[in-house]
Design a protein around this ligand. Structure first.
Ligand code: 13P
Length: 258
């Protein structure tokens, strides 16, 4: 499984941006060009689904495509949805699941997230599972309970063999840090990582838990990227706003690579 070479993972979540395909292509090509020179970084771009099949990756490119969401069924009467099989067909390797914007704005439940992870594994897509607490939950010191609930529910019916046979990333995205310019202290990021590992170890044992990369997301910038990795002990970053500005995202990649 991943991280044997200790590659850091940087994922761009473009959300519903940019406005046009020509801007998307320009941004994608700029990042793609940069990643060709790098060997110790894995870069994933998650654009709006409409453009997944149009953003081209060649054999020598060091970049992969991710979807921002998918349905758990493989086909059928699900108006507006996209299936894991369609993503595979478009050469997509990763899928962001359980992002707080989907949980809050579109009613995505832990049960749906679980069904989506199972569907991703079945279709050999790598889930990027997002978890994290609201500001109220943080104030009430409920972060640990939120992590336990979100992780335990996301992994229902998933065996340790499946975790070992597939790749899955967990991203700690405090909801209050998204788009706010605020991030947790590096010590708190490290504690979140250790807590996620502990919960996973409780479910699957330490050996399996050690194999699941844990990433951070929420107001990642050029200024904090390297410290989140080094002081926060994270295996990678999930970048929102800063990932739709080519120069800024490339500088984040460079900061982590160096
Ligand atoms: P920002 O980097 O804009 O805070 O967004 C984080 C995020 O939600 C990535 O999934």
């Amino acid at each position: 499984m991943e991280n044997t070479k200790n590659k850091k993972i940087i994922i761009a979540n473009w959300k519903m941006n940019p406005e046009t395909f020509s801007e998307a292509r320009e941004l994608f090509n700029a990042v793609k060009k940069e990643t060709r020179k790098l060997e110790n970084i894995e870069v994933v771009i998650a654009p709006p689904a409409l453009w997944l099949a149009q953003l081209k990756i060649n054999d020598n490119d060091n970049i992969e495509l991710g979807a921002q969401n998918m349905h758990w069924e493989e086909k059928g009467a699900f108006t507006g949805e996209i299936s894991p099989i369609m993503l595979k067909d478009a050469m997509v390797k990763y899928v962001i699941l359980g992002h707080s914007e989907r949980r809050i704005n579109f009613g995505e439940t832990d049960e749906m997230v679980n069904a989506k992870i199972l569907a991703a594994f079945k279709n050999k897509l790598t889930p990027i599972l997002c978890i994290g607490e609201t500001f109220e939950e943080k104030k009430e010191e409920k972060t640990q309970d939120v992590f336990k609930k979100q992780i335990n529910n996301a992994f229902v019916d998933i065996t340790e063999y499946e975790i070992e046979a597939n790749k899955i990333f967990i991203v700690y995205e405090p909801i209050w840090a998204i788009g706010s310019g605020f991030t947790p202290a590096f010590d708190d990021i490290l504690s979140a990582r250790l807590l996620i590992k502990k919960i996973l170890a409780g479910l699957y044992g330490r050996r399996v838990a050690d194999k699941v990369p844990v990433l951070y997301g929420g107001s990642v910038s050029v200024q904090n990227a390297k410290d989140i990795i080094n002081k926060g002990g994270m295996d990678g970053l999930l970048v929102g706003g800063a990932s739709i500005k080519a120069g800024e995202f490339i500088n984040i990649i460079r900061a982590v690579a160096n």
